[in-house]
Design a binder for this molecule. Structure first.
Ligand SMILES: [Fe+2]
Length: 324
C-alpha cells in the first residue's frame, strides 16, 4: 500500500489510523469514527499486528529475506468477515475481473474460510514472479513504497477491517492487499510494471515529480481498466478488491444505483489513456472513482505503460524536466 493515495474498499471515508509508540509499546491510534474504535479486542490485535510491522521495519534487507513473517492474530469473527467478502466477491470477479486476474487467482488459491497469513501468500507469489509481500504498519510515503517495488517487495498491511462492518473499511486492509494485489503481482507483465515504477521513482528527486508518478500509478496500477472483446474489465487492485467498486466501474455507474458510497454524477466517465493528463488529474481516495482510464486491451496497457515508465526522467523522455 502507499499513501496518501491508497486503498478504497466498499466505501471509504476519511477516518484513518496512525501507528505510535507509547511507553515502549506499539499503539495504533484509531479515529473516533473508526468502526473498531470502541472494541478493545480489535484494538489489541491491531497493536500486535502493528508491532510485527515495526519490528520488520527495523530489520536489514538480508534479515528480512531470511525471516518468516510472524503470524497475525485474527479472531473467528474476522475470519467470518473474510469468508463473507470472498463469497460476495466471487461472482463479481467472474463478471468483471480481467482474464489475467482470474487465471492467477485460481493459481494463487486463497482460502475462502479464513484470512490467510501474509507469509503463506507471499511464498506462493514468490514462486510466480519473484515478488514478495512484506508487512507494513500503515500508509507510507510513496518513495518508500516505490523503492520496495524496485526490489520486488510489495508492502502490505495485515490487519482486517472491523467485523461490525464487513463491507466497509476506512483504510486499506489485508483484503485489499491479498484479494486485490497478490494475484495481479503474479502476472509477469504486471510484476514487471511494478518494478519499472520502482526504478523510475529511484531516478526521481523532486517531490512534485514523485507526486506525478504516484498519480500515474493510481490511474494505471491501482484503478486501471481494459477491454476484453469490447467489454470493460477491472485490472487495477483498487477495483478488484471491492465488489461494490468493481460493479460500479464496469457498469458505467449503473451497478451502484443503491449504494450510498456512489457519488458519480450520474455515471462514470471512461477516458482514453493519456499519461500527461493522468499526472495532474486530482483524485479522491475516499469515494468510488468517477473517472477511469480504459485501455483497448491488457496488452496495450502493458506495452504503453512500459514504454512510458522506462523513459521516465531519462534522456529519451520528451517531458523529462517535470519527471526528475
Ligand atoms: Fe493498493
Amino acid at each position: 500500500m502507499h499513501g496518501p493515495t491508497e486503498g478504497v474498499s466498499e466505501e471509504t471515508d476519511e477516518a484513518n489510523s496512525a501507528v505510535k509508540i507509547v511507553g515502549g509499546n506499539v499503539f495504533v491510534e484509531l479515529d473516533p469514527d473508526h468502526p473498531g474504535f470502541k472494541d478493545e479486542g480489535y484494538r489489541s490485535r491491531r497493536n500486535e499486528i502493528a508491532k510485527i510491522a515495526m519490528e520488520w521495519n527495523d530489520m536489514s534487507m538480508e534479515e528480512r529475506r531470511n525471516t518468516k513473517i510472524p503470524h497475525a492474530p485474527y479472531s473467528e469473527d474476522e475470519d467470518a468477515v473474510w469468508a463473507a467478502i470472498m463469497e460476495r466477491i466471487a461472482p463479481v470477479h467472474e463478471n468483471y475481473a480481467c482474464k489475467q486476474y482470474l487465471d492467477n487467482a485460481k493459481k494463487l488459491g486463497l482460502p475462502n474460510d479464513r484470512i490467510p497469513q501474509l507469509q503463506e501468500v507471499s511464498e506462493t507469489l514468490q514462486h510466480m514472479t519473484g515478488f514478495r509481500q512484506e508487512p507494513v504498519g500503515g500508509l507510507v510515503h510513496p518513495k518508500t513504497f516505490h523503492t520496495a517495488l524496485a526490489n520486488k517487495v510489495f508492502l502490505s498491511t495485515q490487519y482486517i477491517r472491523h467485523s461490525s462492518r464487513p463491507f466497509y473499511t476506512p483504510e486499506p486492509d489485508v483484503v485489499h492487499e491479498l484479494v486485490g494485489h497478490t494475484a495481479m503481482l503474479g502476472v509477469p507483465e504486471w510484476a514487471e510494471l511494478n518494478i519499472l515504477f520502482g526504478e523510475a521513482d529511484m531516478r526521481t528527486k523532486s517531490e512534485a515529480a514523485i507526486t506525478r508518478l504516484g498519480s500515474i500509478y493510481w490511474y494505471v496500477l491501482e484503478f486501471g481498466a481494459c477491454r476484453e472483446k469490447g467489454i470493460i474489465k477491472s485490472v487495477g487492485p483498487g477495483l478488484l478488491s471491492s465488489f461494490g467498486e468493481m460493479e460500479h466501474a464496469c457498469t458505467g455507474g449503473e451497478g451502484c444505483g443503491n449504494n450510498e458510497a456512489c457519488v458519480c454524477d450520474p455515471k462514470i466517465q471512461y477516458l482514453t489513456p493519456n499519461f500527461e493528463e493522468m499526472e495532474t488529474r486530482p483524485y479522491d481516495v475516499t469515494k468510488y472513482q468517477p473517472v477511469l482510464y480504459v485501455w483497448d486491451s491488457f496488452e496495450e496497457m502493458y506495452e504503453n505503460t512500459k514504454d512510458f515508465i522506462t523513459k521516465w526522467g531519462t534522456e529519451k523522455d520528451p517531458r523529462k524536466e517535470v519527471h526528475q
